[in-house]
Every structure is written in structure tokens, then in C-alpha cells.
Design a protein around this ligand. Structure first.
Ligand code: AMP
Length: 419
């Protein structure tokens, strides 16, 4: 594989997979263009080298059918504005119009393809009748796999080089994120700057962390984070668990959790995780006190109680003051910090103090020289809500792909290029 920073795109046509799946208001005005801005360094590098760009993305879930509501045309103008150059448009992602326009591209020009997901081949999932037999399902899947190959080859045939800069979809084995890479020699495929930066930051944390390494895992449920927690137990020195998952652990220890959120089917697993942490020498921190409320409401009555003595009719919704002190001390004395998931119901101001304290401690640790990585939608929302985005080392906005990477899974979009 090649490296984008050292590759010379002069005279080359590059097909670039970006994630322009941006949100709109009802007038089809883009309400957040972060994802378009994030792809600019890659696109500008290709253009300033004297190359041309064929840009491709999905937008929404059009389910394999052309649908003007999901047209990339809604994104074309904003990209042109941000790039400061004209953006040509192909009315389909493959077919004669795209082919002709791609063939005519001159150095410095940009062509945007129509939404890849107007074709079922992009995701590669066949439409199956509900009553389809196993045999029919198998045949439909095999047929779709072949069609996906053809679709990917057609995309590839328009360009000399393939660049993947869509980390958000790197956990999908789709035509444009993975299959297409097979049609390029290894020196003609590479990651864009955005994916490179994500991988560098993630690998710094997961593969060569400065120690002590502390991970803070929060969020509503333990069930969605189990694999990540298990994977992290082999890597971290300190594991701080907070938020809604706290109460499954406390109940598993025999504590009284009142009406707090709990997943009874995970009690055994919570015990197993505590045991594993001990065996691996990981310091596991759970809250010692919590802000309990008599309703899931910003205006509820609240009181500070020990985490294992929450009365019936009350539920734990945030970390308490003693807990916050412990969390802060551990976080501020770490050299590597990973945060995924709020430690309280941060959306309500009454229960945002714990998450605010975590965010503050991460900022303070970063100031003292730690490398901090914040990932997952809700912790990113937290950091933004508290205005601390500029005071941490790296914020990953990748969602599902990030979670799978933290779980230790190999992402198809990464493997397709790295091999
Ligand atoms: P997740 O998507 O799993 O990271 O969960 C994030 C959500 O967990 C946020 O919306 C928080 O409000 C919620 N959450 C955090 N702590 C608690 C708690 N103690 N009880 C209920 N929900 C919580």
C-alpha cells in the first residue's frame, strides 16, 4: 500500500470514498458539514499535486433505489464552496454518464458520483422474499456477490488510484469501502488523511500506550460494551466503569440498587469481568456513591447515597462527589486516556456533573502531557457540550467502526488496503 503524503497524484485520476452522509433540515440544507470538511485535506492534496478526483459516498438509506431525497446533489454545492472549485456531477455512480465524465476529467477537476446506495450492490445484501427458502436465500446471496464484484469493478475502472477516507464505514464490507480495493495493485490504493489520523491515534492508544493507561467506559448498558471491556482488560492499567452499567456490577456484588437500570442477564458476566480484572492486575473502579433521583427527570428530587444502598423508588443517575474525586485522581495521573460513554445522564444538567468532571480531568491530564482519545457519539457530545473539544488530543467521530476497532475486530475497509 502507498502513503498519501508521499504519493504523487500528478496526472492521476483518484476515486475517493468519503463519508458525506451529512444531516439536512427539511429544505435540504446541510445542518452540519463536519464530515465534508474532514475530507478536504485528502481532496486538496490530490488536486494540488495535479491529479483529478472522483468522489463517491452514500447518503441515508435509499434501499437500493434511486430517490431524489437522497441525492448527492444536495451535497455537491457545499463541497464546491468548501473546495473553492467547480464540482461536476454524474447522475449515477456507474454507467455511461459516470464513465464519460470520468474519462473526460482533467487535472484539478472534481467529479461527484450519485449516491452509491441507489444500487443494492453497494451493500451487497439481496432483497429476499419473507418466505424464501434456505436454498433461494443462498442462491440470491451468491448472485448478489457476483453483481457486487461487477459493480466494484465498474467503479474501479474509472480511476488509476483508490483512496479510502471514510473511517465511519470502514467496518462494512461494501463495494466502495472494501471490494473495490481488489481491483487496484497494492501501490495504487491507500488511506486518506482522515483514516490515517484515526488509525494513528487508535493504534497509539491500543498498541503502544504510555503508562499508566486509563479507560473510562460509561453509557447506558453493559451489554453493548462487553466485548470492548474484555478487549481493554488486556491493555489498560485502570478501568473506570460508570453510567448505567454500574448497577449491573453493583447488583452482582449483592448491593442494593433500588430502581436503577440493570441487566439481570449480565450479572454473571459482571462477576466474570471483576475476576478477570483482578487476574490481569487491572485496577477496576466503580462508583462508591451516586446521585440518586426519585424520577428520570431533570427536576426530580435527588440525594447522594452509597452506590450499594440505593433505596427502592430511587435510581442512580450520576456519579457522586466521592466517586468524582477518585475518578479525577486516576485520570489526571494517567499518560494515556480513552473515554467512551458518559458516566451519568449528562443530557440533563442535574445529572451532568460526573461526566463534566471526567471531561475536565481528561483536559487536565492532557495538559500534563497525556494522550487522550475520546470516541463514541455520546462522549463526543459531552466534550462538545462542555466546550473542551480543543483540550483533548483526539476526538473520533466514527461510531460503529470505532467500537469494532476497540473490540479488537479487523475492519474490512482497513484490511482491504493494509492486506
Ligand atoms: P451509550 O449509547 O450506551 O453510550 O449510552 C449513552 C446514554 O447512557 C446517555 O444517553 C446517558 O444519558 C445514558 N446514561 C448514563 N448513565 C445512566 C444511568 N445511570 N441511567 C440511565 N441512563 C444512563
Amino acid at each position: 500500500m502507498s502513503k498519501i503524503e508521499s504519493y504523487n497524484f500528478s496526472g492521476k485520476k483518484a476515486i475517493v470514498r468519503v463519508d458525506f452522509n451529512v444531516p439536512f433540515n427539511e429544505k435540504f440544507e446541510i445542518t452540519d458539514d463536519t464530515r465534508i470538511k474532514a475530507a478536504l485535506p485528502t481532496l486538496k492534496k490530490i488536486l494540488s499535486d495535479g491529479g483529478s478526483v472522483i468522489v463517491m459516498s452514500h447518503l441515508g438509506r435509499p434501499k437500493g433505489k434511486a430517490n431524489p431525497d437522497f441525492s448527492m446533489k444536495h451535497v455537491q454545492g457545499r463541497l464546491a464552496e468548501l473546495l473553492g472549485t467547480e464540482v461536476l456531477f454524474a447522475k449515477d455512480s456507474v454507467g455511461p454518464d459516470a464513465k464519460e465524465k470520468a474519462a473526460a476529467l482533467q487535472p484539478g477537476q472534481v467529479l461527484m458520483l450519485e449516491n452509491l446506495r441507489f444500487h443494492l450492490e453497494e451493500e451487497g445484501k439481496p432483497k429476499l422474499a419473507e418466505d424464501a427458502s434456505e436454498q433461494e436465500k443462498k442462491a440470491a446471496k451468491a448472485e448478489m456477490k457476483e453483481k457486487q464484484q461487477t459493480f466494484s469493478k465498474e467503479l474501479a475502472s474509472m480511476a488509476d488510484v483508490y483512496v479510502n477516507d471514510a473511517f465511519g464505514t470502514a467496518h462494512r464490507a461494501h463495494a466502495s469501502t472494501a471490494v473495490i480495493a481488489d481491483f487496484f495493485d497494492s501501490d495504487k490504493k491507500m488511506f486518506g488523511f482522515l483514516i490515517e489520523q484515526e488509525l494513528q491515534s487508535l493504534d497509539k492508544v491500543l498498541k503502544s500506550p504510555d503508562r499508566p493507561f486509563t479507560a473510562i467506559m460509561g453509557g447506558a448498558k453493559v451489554s453493548t460494551k462487553i466485548t470492548i471491556i474484555e478487549n481493554l482488560l488486556d491493555k489498560v492499567n485502570n478501568l473506570i466503569l460508570g453510567g448505567g452499567m454500574t448497577y449491573t456490577f453493583i447488583k452482582a456484588r449483592g448491593g442494593q440498587i433500588g430502581d436503577s437500570i440493570c441487566e439481570d442477564e449480565y450479572l454473571e458476566l459482571a462477576r466474570k469481568i471483576e475476576k478477570m480484572a483482578k487476574e490481569k492486575g487491572v485496577n477496576l473502579y466503580l462508583p462508591v456513591d451516586v446521585v440518586a433521583a426519585d424520577a428520570f427527570d431533570n427536576n426530580a428530587n435527588t440525594r447522594i447515597v452509597a452506590v450499594d444502598q440505593i433505596p427502592d423508588g430511587w435510581q442512580g443517575l450520576d456519579a457522586g462527589p466521592e466517586t468524582i474525586k477518585i475518578y479525577q485522581d486516576v485520570i489526571e495521573n494517567s499518560k494515556t486516556i480513552l473515554w467512551n460513554g458518559p458516566v451519568g445522564v449528562f443530557e440533563m444538567d442535574t445529572f451532568a456533573k460526573g461526566s463534566r468532571a471526567v471531561a475536565d480531568a481528561i483536559a487536565a491530564g492532557t495538559k500534563k502531557g497525556a494522550f487522550s482519545l475520546i470516541g463514541g457519539g455520546d462522549s463526543v457530545a459531552c466534550i462538545n457540550k462542555f466546550g473542551l473539544a480543543d483540550e483533548v488530543s483526539y476526538i473520533s467521530t466514527a461510531g460503529g467502526a470505532l467500537l469494532e476497532y476497540l473490540e479488537g475486530k479487523e475492519l474490512p475497509g482497513i484490511k482491504a488496503i493494509r492486506g
